[in-house]
Write a protein that binds this ligand. Structure first.
Ligand code: HSE
Length: 305
């Protein structure tokens, strides 16, 4: 049996939705599983594969986790990964690898679990549902603790927005970005985040740009992470000054995401490019539309193809 699974990049948080909101983006990693291949062989390929060398393979770990949960043994297989999602930049490459593994193992073992059951395993492995929810289901998802299925904030209706991203060359480490957070925050900051996160969620649901703009402000993590990513505040301001509806640190960083109307995408791209050059931060600017499709099984591939 030979098949492939593609999973999208994702941007977590969108500002105030820390660990709760994720948005799938139109950039894909693909893993190909071949039960007739060399057992245990893992080949990493693709434009962003270099940083994968020597890493514990999260796709295989997710496959084993699912098989253990079912009390089953996976057949021998080889794994080929095609990686287009930049690694360790806050674009959900780990989540894509993880949900690809769950979909792959579920397929190998006869599709015994539905998507919500896959999500529950992803949640258990990851600890929060923002990236894994978006990578598995696509769209904009809200992960509410206590509910083992995502709540959809957007599923492909015309949102009238795309994403412009500044992706630094330097990588970030999620553990470091989480370690930078304080144990306590002022009550006034938490109060503000309740209002902005609710505004953002309802704004996405209603496709209300004014509410999204008012909602994309965070006091929980971005002020603390800005110390790790000195470009963050200047890039966010540059995006907003050039017409972005909102701007935020993408996931745990260091990428900065701007939500923009298509008419403003060019101006925000130029603003990001000019600001990064002025600040001396090497990186590139990309436009990635939100995508309503999550990790999907590609058509069965003939052996040897
Ligand atoms: N919500 C997470 C964070 C995303 O910001 O740390 C990265 O796992």
């Amino acid at each position: 049996m030979r098949f492939a699974i593609s999973a999208p990049a994702s941007s977590a948080n969108l500002g105030p939705g820390f660990d709760a909101i994720g948005l799938a983006l139109d950039l894909w990693n693909t893993v190909t599983i071949d039960t007739d291949g060399t057992p245990g062989e893992i080949v990493n390929d693709g434009p962003e594969a270099a940083l994968l060398t020597g890493q514990d393979n999260l796709t295989v770990r997710a496959m084993r986790t699912l098989a253990d949960d079912l009390g089953q043994t996976l057949p021998p297989f080889s794994l080929h990964t095609w990686t287009e999602i930049p690694i360790a930049r806050g674009l959900g490459s780990s989540a894509a690898a993880l949900v690809s593994g769950l979909r792959a193992a579920n397929h190998l073992l006869g599709e015994r679990l539905d998507d919500n059951a896959l999500y529950a395993i992803a949640l258990r492995m990851e600890g929060h549902g923002d990236n894994v929810g978006a990578a598995l289901f696509g769209g904009a998802v809200l992960a509410v603790p206590g509910i083992r299925r995502p709540t959809f904030l957007w599923r492909g209706e015309d949102l009238g927005l795309t994403c412009v991203l500044f992706i630094p060359e330097a990588t970030g480490a999620t553990w470091a970005a989480r370690a930078a957070l304080p144990n306590e925050i002022p009550h006034a900051d938490a109060t503000m985040n309740v209002a902005t996160a609710c505004g953002l969620a309802i704004g996405l649901r209603a496709r209300d740009h004014e509410l999204i703009a008012a909602g994309m402000h965070d006091m929980l993590h971005e002020p603390y992470r800005a110390r790790l990513f000195p470009h963050l505040d200047t890039m966010k301001a540059a995006a907003r000054d050039h017409g972005a509806v909102g701007a935020a640190l993408s996931g745990a960083g260091p990428t900065v995401l701007a939500l923009v109307t298509p008419e403003c995408a060019g101006a925000v791209t130029e603003a990001f490019t000019e600001t990064a050059s002025r600040l001396g931060v090497p990186g590139r600017v990309a436009t990635l539309p939100p995508v309503a499709t999550g990790a999907r099984l590609l058509e069965p591939i003939a052996s040897g193809a």
